[in-house]
Design a protein around this ligand. Structure first.
Ligand code: FAD
Length: 433
């Protein structure tokens, strides 16, 4: 008998899991289900449009999707088109890999004002995620505040200040490029509660900020320590050392002769977003770091701005039929196993941390559990799913369909951009007729 496995979510975690199952059980059948017509999750919709090298991992996942045992069910949403109970009734094992695609609230007064946008939403907009096509962020401002000190915050700042020429090899949608080009933005403030040595930037991303055509990286030298200080972990110490050297280089280069600036502001905790209906400024409390934590000093200052992007983390939403840890925004599991035959992998399991390859061990763990504990029970698998979806008149996007969508995007690209992404689901489906 054949073992039928459903993987829900086709980001890195879903693909690593599919690959791990196929390697261990070569004669099984793996169905890859995604709510969007496009596979690859945040590789397409999160990873920055000007970091195409990072997106090359899609080629490896494409190989997995084209395996004879695999089938892609795109445009099929768990909870809307099919329930978890239905999947469990028809598959021997179900692996949930739906990620954490939502914004975490900043928890400061004023965050509901116009012009305050979470990074999941803003990054989705500039990466052509269909959910955010009509965001129309108010870019009619000179100053932008980005709250957060990780790579997503850097991505947002960089995309806002790069020129069209610098973006030529990216896959930024034209309406986004045009909106950024039209905007009067000159200064982006990247603000972190803690200090430069606690910031989560990786060095490649940080260095890039010193290499932009029209934008200078600005750092107040008084916020930089003389040296890194004691750090137990050697790898961590090396990263901090590199970041400190890079920040010191930014100080040396200065901002002369550049028309835009990205200001690195440390030791500042947001306490309020001020303004009327629209954000007009962010009020911060200066902080110092004690035992790794930011502690307020009672001294306040404001940065005027018409746009605030909060890049403070992503969160998952509950999945009907699965337990949910509402504090940590994850599905609780024992090493990925919710119960025999039901697994979680990736960000829905661990929370939003790490890089693409961090999700790989989750897939191996789930696959090992399936090998040890799940036997084929003669379930109908994909035939039953296809029947159910046909009854519900769901327009399933197959992998061949996705390849057509991709071919149309590549054909429409203005070289050297690799693709001109469709920005809505109807546009994608129209490319299939
Ligand atoms: C802005 C940003 C930039 C990043 N840049 C990098 C980088 O440069 N390098 C790097 O290594 N890592 C980067 N990462 C991290 C990397 O993207 C994540 O580690 C990884 O994508 C998490 O994988 P996942 O499969 O758990 O989630 P996701 O990639 O989010 O995949 C989840 C999938 O599930 C689907 N889905 C959701 N709900 C449903 C449902 N109900 N039914 C069916 N399908 C559903 C979604 O459409 C999506 O395809 C970045 C992350 C972000 C947010």
């Amino acid at each position: 008998m054949t073992l039928n496995v459903a993987v829900v979510g086709t980001g890195p975690a879903g693909f690593y899991a599919a690959d791990a199952v196929l390697k261990r059980i070569p004669d099984c059948r793996v169905d890859l289900i995604d709510r969007l017509p496009t596979p690859f999750g945040l590789i397409r919709f999160g990873v920055a449009p000007d970091h195409q090298t990072t997106k090359k991992i899609m080629r490896a996942f494409d190989k997995t999707a084209r395996e004879a045992q695999c089938r892609f069910f795109g445009n099929v949403e768990l909870g809307r088109d099919v329930s978890l109970d239905e999947l469990r009734a028809n598959y021997d094992a179900v692996i949930i890999a739906v990620g954490a695609g939502n914004d975490r609230a900043a928890g400061v007064p004023g965050e509901n004002k116009k012009g305050v946008i979470g990074s999941a939403t803003f990054v989705g907009w500039y990466n052509a995620h269909p959910d955010f096509r009509d965001l129309n962020p108010p870019l009619d401002t000179k100053n932008v505040v980005v709250i957060g000190n990780g790579n997503v915050a850097i991505d947002v700042a960089r995309v806002l200040v790069k020129t069209r020429a610098e973006m030529a090899e990216a896959d930024l949608p034209e309406h986004v490029q045009a909106a950024i080009e039209r905007s009067p933005i000159t200064d982006v403030y990247l603000v972190g509660r803690r200090g430069p040595m606690e910031a989560k930037f990786t060095n490649v991303e940080l260095r890039e900020m010193g290499e932009l055509t029209h934008a200078a990286a600005v750092v107040d030298p008084r916020q930089l320590p003389e040296a890194v200080g004691e750090v137990e972990d050697e790898r961590d110490r090396r990263l901090k050392q590199k970041n400190l050297s890079t920040l010191k280089e930014f100080v040396e280069h200065g901002a002369a002769a550049k028309s835009k600036r990205v200001h690195f502001v440390f030791f500042a905790a947001p306490v309020e977003i001020k303004g009327g209906d629209r954000a007009e400024a962010v009020r911060f409390e200066r902080a110092r770091v004690e035992n790794g934590r930011a502690v307020g000093t009672g001294e306040f200052f404001e940065i005027p701005c018409g746009l605030v992007i909060t890049a403070i983390g992503y969160r998952s939403l509950p999945v009907a039929g699965l337990p949910f840890d509402a504090r940590n925004h994850i599905v609780p599991s024992r090493e990925g196993c919710v119960s025999d035959g039901l697994y979680v992998v990736g960000w829905i399991k661990r929370g939003p941390s790490g890089v693409i390859s961090t999700n790989r061990p989750d897939g191996a763990e789930a696959a090992e559990h399936i090998v040890a504990n799940v036997k084929p029970a003669g379930k109908a698998g994909r035939d039953a799913l296809a029947r159910l979806l046909a009854e519900r008149k769901v327009r399933v996007v197959s992998y061949a369909d996705w390849q057509k969508i991709e071919a149309a995007e590549i054909a429409a690209a203005v070289k050297p951009s690799p693709r001109r992404k469709f920005t809505t689901i109807p546009e994608m489906l129209a490319a299939l007729t």
